[in-house]
Design a protein around this ligand. Structure first.
Ligand SMILES: [Zn+2]
Ligand SMILES: [Zn+2]
Length: 355
């Protein structure tokens, strides 16, 4: 087995890993680097693309999937393998999709000679980690991973051996604990509600929005909550325990936003680049409100403009690992070599590894 890093190490985005096995080659994720408009795609040669037999996806977020249409345009005709939930969330039609649950029910299975083990990664609905092995060699990909969740289920990576492990380290040396980040988010949100009345939280279509609503519903009282259609649908679906979500009791009423002056508004568009999300943001700001980002803000996005204008704060809700957690995860497993991905703080030393 050989691993080639096509993106995602030494940078935040473009997550893409090419694995060449003895019988077939595959990709894990195929994302874009949103901050590089001139060269956002994975660093794959045409020869590598021609050899790819299948693409495994860890989850649906754009930094892991948005280069798929580019890959198809470059001639990829193989299979796309992901959890049913991830396939459902993908915003484009892709042929030859294969359900991970179908080939690996109960978290284990084979694709030809490739042995696959997977588990839920706690990061978003449909998100998974993988361990692949073939010919006595093995490699683990954590995907975007967190064990600190209130809503999503994480099958903790424990006691697993691998020759190489590619592990989420998105927060790098910023080692604020999960509890400290949540406490800061709660206290700053309370302050902002008192001084601004209405707050806008842009969140991904699938992921931390539900976690935020759960956190606020536990710690803030007498707040009105609003959301767009996608957000309302997710909250409704989360009322019942699913394979991806715990049974969470989010005890708030949620309505569509129509210009109210007090409360918290969720829009399912983290960078506020979509027209409708931008219009909601402008309306909230025109009422004296304030916007709060809880994840990475991409250069060139409308969210970045709001920060530059002084209309948006950034208060992280953690959904990845930082360096200390990355090291803790390594200690709980048996990995010969480890690679920290998803952070600019850990530059790529070599783009090729022979296992
Ligand atoms: Zn993600
Ligand atoms: Zn990611």
């Amino acid at each position: 087995m050989e691993l080639y890093i096509a993106g995602g190490v030494g940078e935040h985005g473009r997550n893409c890993f090419y694995v060449e096995g003895s019988n077939s080659s595959f990709l894990v994720d195929c994302g874009v680097l949103a901050s590089d408009l001139e060269d956002p795609y994975p660093r794959l040669t045409q020869q590598q693309i021609d050899r790819i037999d299948k693409v495994f996806l860890t989850h649906s977020h754009a930094d892991h999937t948005a280069a798929l249409p580019w890959l198809y345009k470059r001639g990829f005709r193989g299979r796309l393998i992901a959890s049913d939930e991830t396939l459902r969330q993908l915003p484009f039609d892709l042929s030859k999709n294969i359900s991970l649950e179908r080939i690996c029910s109960n978290g284990e299975g084979f694709d030809k000679d490739l042995a696959i083990v997977w588990g839920r990664s706690g990061h978003c609905p449909g998100g998974v980690w993988y361990r692949f092995s073939e010919g006595g060699k093995s490699i683990l990909f954590s995907g975007d991973y967190t064990e600190d969740t209130q809503v999503y289920v994480c099958d903790r990576i424990r006691g697993i051996s691998a020759d190489v492990a590619v592990i989420d380290c998105a927060y790098g040396k910023d080692e604020v604990s999960y509890d400290a980040a949540c406490n800061r988010l709660i206290s700053k949100t309370k302050e902002a509600l008192t001084s601004h009345g209405i707050l806008l939280f842009p969140v991904p279509r699938y992921g931390r929005g539900l976690e935020l609503l759960k956190l606020f519903s536990n710690h803030l009282s007498c707040v009105n909550y609003f959301g767009d259609e996608i957000f309302l649908d997710q909250v409704e679906a989360a009322k019942q325990e699913t394979f991806w979500t715990r049974s969470v009791n989010i005890n708030v009423s949620l309505q569509t936003y129509s210009g109210e002056e007090r409360g918290i508004v969720f829009v399912s568009n983290p960078q506020l680049n979509a027209k409708a999300a931008r219009a909601t943001a402008q309306e909230v700001l025109s009422l004296g409100g304030r916007a709060i980002a809880t994840g990475t803000v991409e250069a060139g996005s409308f969210s970045a403009t709001l920060i530059a204008e002084g209309n948006m704060d950034v208060l992280r809700y953690p959904i990845h690992l930082h360096y200390a957690q990355y090291l803790q995860l390594i200690q709980k497993n048996r990995f010969t070599e480890t690679i920290a991905y998803h952070s600019a703080e850990f530059p790529q030393k070599r783009d090729r590894r022979s296992l």
